[in-house]
Design a protein around this ligand. Structure first.
Ligand SMILES: [Zn+2]
Length: 199
């Protein structure tokens, strides 16, 4: 029996590394990319290369940026008294879509997880504390996942942030249990943000 040529199989294997792409979708995508005019494949390759080369973490908050500062940090019309601490850059987009946040953000790059050997030094916690010490906002909102790791991270951060004399709050309950912000719809997230509770 003849199978796909090795390079074709390699393309399928590479596509399978993407989230939500199973063996059949990978095969379909590979066939599409090879059978269609090269414009699609070329554009995809170009877009991946440009994005990987030019998008990097914002030097101030860690969100996606094409220059030193991201679009949020460059927006001086935002409320500098409000800082929202999130786990991942994608969480910023989630909260922006929810539409009710007018402050700035700080992306930790993950959450504390002793079982996975992820400690404070693996996250952007030192830059957060430095940032807050230098320019203390009135309030820091911990918009972390409603699971054990999110809880652990919040418990760790709260006293450290309070040392700068700021108010610390957490999102109201109602977020999907055991998951990060990526599982919450924007309406739920909007409510959770506006109903946040001081801790
Ligand atoms: Zn930024």
């Amino acid at each position: 029996m003849i199978d796909y040529p090795p390079l074709f199989q390699e393309l399928i294997d590479a596509l399978r590394l993407l989230p939500s792409v199973g063996p059949r979708s990978a095969e379909r995508l590979a066939l599409f990319l090879l059978q269609n005019p090269s414009a699609v494949g070329d554009r995809l390759v170009g877009a991946i290369q440009s994005a990987r080369q030019r998008i990097h973490p914002c030097v101030q908050c860690g969100f996606f940026a094409e220059s030193d500062l991201c679009a949020v940090c460059r927006d001086s019309s935002r409320d500098a008294q409000l800082l929202c601490v999130v786990e991942q850059p994608g969480d910023v987009l989630k909260l922006e879509k929810a539409g009710s946040w007018r402050g700035y953000y700080h992306v930790l790059g993950g959450r504390l997880s002793p079982l996975d050997d992820i400690g404070p030094e693996d996250l952007a916690i030192a830059p957060l504390l430095e940032r807050v010490k230098k320019n203390p906002p009135l309030e820091a909102v911990l918009a972390l996942g409603a699971d054990v790791e999110g809880e652990t991270t919040a418990l760790y951060l709260t006293p450290l942030l309070k040392q700068s004399g700021i108010r610390v709050s957490r999102l109201a309950t109602g977020l999907p249990a055991g998951g990060g912000l990526e599982y919450a719809d924007s309406v739920t997230l909007g409510y959770a943000l506006s109903g946040r509770q001081e801790i």
